[in-house]
Design a protein around this ligand. Structure first.
Ligand code: UDX
Ligand code: UDX
Length: 441
């Protein structure tokens, strides 16, 4: 059976969810308060860079299974299932700021005209589902109307850059709900996956909310673990790549998320680790491992600067090529990217930066505005590398994986190569005449 679904918030999560659910055959209304964003979407302009998404949006918009609006009233009135997928940015104290989630919940309660399933997809502190439920009930009471509704927590596990694949081939779908009926409705929403034997985790709302935080915090901790092991490897002459590979061969550990690098970034790990640490402190059961992870990740970014400065002696007046500024490849997103710490620090040390990123320039220009005098944005890899003293590879975009090193040696003055993603072989680069520095190799 086809469901009528509204998705409020057309950021990464909302747009990907809405578009793919329409591809699953449902009728989807995507809602956003941002009129420009909605107008653009109607004209086929996608606000984010996400491989494969444009085609899905276009196809389903044309067949009218997918529509875009700023009218939340009509969206609530005309749909049975309403996803909340607005942002939950960190407040100053690290806790997740719920003002957008709450305002959407309030709109839902104000316009509710019958049974609705309210699905929270944003990552929210444990207990938010109950808060949303209480708030909706209060507003209904104020309105003097009686409608049944269910609140569901259905966290997303999408990775930017592979969001389409992640949404259509999830390891599991988590559904936190308090009624059988709501679970049935959600199974209908994800029917395409359900019949495909994707595991469904049915649980209460609080558990679903915790699953999201615990998963992201664990992955952030895993990355941080290997980063710190990498730092020790450098000191003792061990090779972290081999260490990680052998560790990963132990099925209990798994090889995923064991790549040492400049620190994790993005819209989730930095925010969710902070938020979980905060939730744990607030209930008097601090998770020291996560608190330490947060601190160690900050140290890791600064350690990359130290690595560069120490190797080069001094970077004052030196020109450094920066390859990649986004927090990972295949995205234009720079939220909490390590580059946002590393580049300003290098600038503070007096370095001039020639920067190239296949998708990150637009966002990079405003996020790095404070150091714009130290930056020249370049149109391609070789332009960025020309006449520089050092190359810093910061994001492992595919196009950086096959550099022509003979050409590099001809066009750049210096021979320092800082491979902060360990994508090259140290011995090969030394043979090519580079002074090679990886992370833990
Ligand atoms: C998401 C999730 O919501 C977050 O909890 C998760 O942990 C990471 O990703 P994202 O989709 O990246 O956030 O958010 P963002 O890019 O900020 O998009 C939110 C959208 O909601 C924006 O387009 C904004 O205009 C819209 N919005 C916000 C509304 O439509 N109504 C509001 O009241 C607030
Ligand atoms: C993450 C989660 O993977 C996803 O499940 C959740 O829903 C949202 O947050 P995302 O932030 O898009 O997804 O990217 P991810 O691929 O997980 O990478 C996060 C950061 O960790 C990046 O900065 C990446 O470079 C870094 N990372 C990842 C490492 O440094 N080493 C690794 O081994 C893996």
């Amino acid at each position: 059976m086809m469901s009528k679904i509204a998705v409020v918030g057309t950021g990464y999560v909302g747009l990907v969810s809405g578009a793919i659910l329409s591809d699953f055959g449902h009728t989807i209304t995507c809602v956003d308060i941002d009129q420009t964003k909605i107008d653009n979407l109607k004209n086929g302009i996608i606000p984010i860079f996400e491989p494969g998404l444009d085609v899905i949006v276009q196809k389903n918009y044309e067949t009218k299974r997918l529509d875009f609006t700023t009218n939340i009233k009509e969206a609530v009135e005309n749909n049975d299932v309403i996803f909340i997928a607005v942002g939950t940015p960190p407040a100053d104290d690290g806790s997740a700021d719920l003002k957008y989630v709450i305002s959407v919940a309030q709109s839902i309660a104000t316009y509710m005209n019958g049974y609705k399933v309210v699905v929270d997809k944003s990552t929210v502190p444990i207990g938010t589902g109950q808060k949303v439920k209480a708030m909706i009930q209060d507003t209904l009471n104020e309105r003097g109307v009686e409608y049944r509704f269910d609140v569901v927590s259905n966290p997303e596990f999408l990775r930017e850059g592979s969001a389409v694949q992640d949404f259509t081939h999830p390891d599991r779908v988590v559904i936190g709900a308090e009624s059988e009926h709501a679970i049935e409705v959600m199974k209908e929403v994800y029917r395409v996956l359900y019949i495909n034997e994707t595991p469904f985790v049915e649980t209460n709302i609080e558990t679903a909310e915790m699953i999201k935080y615990a998963s992201n915090a664990f992955l952030a901790m895993k990355i941080t673990f290997i980063n710190e092991v990498a730092n020790v490897c450098e000191m003792v002459g061990a090779d972290v790549q081999k260490v990680a590979k052998a560790m990963g061969q132990d099925g209990r550990i798994s090889p995923k998320f064991l790549h040492a690098g400049p620190g994790y970034g993005g819209s989730c790990f930095p925010k969710d680790t902070l938020a979980l640490a905060r939730i744990a402190q607030d209930c008097g059961e601090p998770i020291s491992l996560i608190e330490t992870t947060v601190q160690a990740n900050e140290r890791q970014k600064l350690r990359m600067v130290k690595k560069i400065v120490n190797a080069m002696g001094n970077v004052e007046g030196k020109t450094i090529a920066i390859l990649g500024v986004t927090f990972k490849p295949n995205t234009d997103d720079m939220r909490d990217a390590p580059s946002l710490v590393i580049l300003p620090e290098l600038a503070k040390h007096g370095a001039n930066l020639k920067v190239y990123d296949p998708e990150g320039e637009k966002e990079g220009k405003w996020r790095l505005k404070d150091i714009e005098e130290n930056i020249v944005w370049c149109d391609d890899t070789y332009q960025a590398i020309e006449n520089t003293d050092a190359i810093v590879l910061l994001t492992e975009w595919n196009e950086f994986r096959n550099l022509d090193f003979d050409r590099l040696r001809e066009i750049n003055g210096g021979n320092y190569f800082f491979d902060l993603r360990n994508i090259y072989n140290k011995v090969t680069l030394i043979e090519k005449g580079f002074q090679y520095f990886g992370v833990g190799v």
